[in-house]
Design a protein around this ligand. Structure first.
Ligand SMILES: *Cc1c(COP(=O)(O)O)cnc(C)c1O
Length: 379
């Protein structure tokens, strides 16, 4: 549609008119409809292949049986915030709840970005950062990533490049650690050193969607940083390790004054009652989280070994997915996997057309993926 067809379109924000919509991992239903397949697996959006914990399922079933959906949920999220507050030993006034952590990224953009403002992030960063920035008509500054032939962290965030781009007029800098779509990470020491030299007037958003998967030796104690750097905002999600992607729940930890502002732009009932309940129960079941992390560790090692045997290079990953290089246009392989009922994530929209990203599934799912991949490569 052009603005000449419908004159009102000229009043849409330029940033919105220019932005490429987010392309999510294909839903299982869609592939079933498209290709008439019945048996489809999805390894495209980094969900927990074990699903939510048994305690969460029981709590949801009990709530569903009660039929209680006619009353509004607790808009303040008292119980969930109390649980988060205990979990992180942090005051509730420093917590903001989000309908997924995506919601929080948008609150941050709405409060701190806008026309004439700048957001800074790295090449190959999470696609939502430029989206949230452009939707506010703000300017995106993109720092170069580490080069493809970097010896230890190809395509990873380059903290020096980010620091060099950090002029005092940057309102927000956003870093995911580990990063999606690459799985790459920055080590705790250099990351804290980076945060320490960010101007006090710039907000640092540290997106820890995959923090639970970190090898313990690489996991930052970012909670402690919150007390040292009042301009730090940490976002967490229940979508990945906790297995609640379908319910939408996440939270931000920040200085109370930031939380106060974020809460002002939040829809009063942004988390539904099932999301509030499930998140509260999920946070209390760390055994389930440990199980998911352990499954991920062993299965990732197995897939990496198979990739090596196939001669496929793979990015270093501390998350629950692997981004691997076909060494040629990945689109036909992506299509070949779809035809075999396996959904993975193409990387062309990230400017990596020879790469694909696969989430680590259950052992059976991963075996099916590897079999399909070998068949697609041979076809
Ligand atoms: C998946 C993901 C999120 C979480 O999104 P939700 O809205 O919480 O489901 C946030 N950041 C990154 C980098 C992610 O990959």
């Amino acid at each position: 549609m052009t603005t000449t067809e419908q004159p009102f379109l000229k009043n849409a924000l330029a940033g919105v008119l220019a932005l490429e919509p987010y392309s999510p991992g294909m839903p299982i239903d869609e592939l079933q409809r498209r290709l008439g397949l019945s048996d489809v697996i999805k390894l495209a959006s980094n969900e927990n292949p074990l699903g939510p914990s048994g305690k969460v399922k029981a709590a949801l079933a009990e709530h569903a049986a009660s039929g209680n959906v006619s009353l509004y949920p607790d808009g303040g999220g008292f119980r969930l915030k109390k649980k988060i507050s205990e979990f992180h030993d942090i005051d509730s006034s420093r917590i903001t709840l989000g309908n997924g952590s995506n919601d929080l990224l948008e609150f941050i953009a709405r409060v701190f970005l806008g026309p004439g403002r700048k957001a800074l992030f790295s090449e190959y960063c999470f696609a939502v950062y430029p989206l949230a920035t452009l939707a506010q008509n703000a300017e995106a500054i993109v720092a170069k990533a580490l080069p493809a032939d970097h010896p230890t962290m190809p395509f990873g965030h380059d903290l020096e490049a980010l620091a060099a781009a950090l002029t005092p007029d940057v309102s927000v800098v956003m870093i995911a650690n580990p990063n999606n779509p690459t799985g790459t990470w920055v080590e705790p020491g250099p990351l804290e050193a980076f945060i320490a030299q960010v101007p006090a007037s710039t907000l640092v958003v540290l997106d820890e969607a995959y923090i639970e998967y970190f090898d313990p030796s690489l996991k930052p104690d970012s909670r402690a940083w919150l007390d040292r750097y009042p301009n730090l905002v940490i976002t967490r999600t229940f979508s990945k390790t906790y297995g609640l992607a379908g319910l939408r729940a996440g939270y931000a930890l920040s200085h109370p004054s930031v939380a106060d502002l974020l809460n002002r732009v939040r829809q009063p009932f942004n988390l539904n009652m099932l999301a509030l309940l499930a998140a509260e129960v999920a946070l209390g079941d760390q055994e389930h989280v440990a199980k998911a992390v352990e499954l991920n560790r062993t299965e990732m090692a197995r897939i990496k070994a198979e990739f090596a045997a196939l001669g496929l290079s793979v990015l270093p990953s501390q998350a629950n997915f692997l981004t691997f290089n076909l060494g040629r246009d990945a689109a036909p392989i992506h299509k070949g996997l779809l035809e075999r009922g396996v959904i993975v994530r193409p990387m062309a929209s990230y400017g990596m057309p020879t790469w694909l990203r696969v989430s680590i599934g259950t052992a059976a799912e991963n075996t099916r993926f590897l079999t399909a991949l070998k068949a697609a490569l041979a076809a």
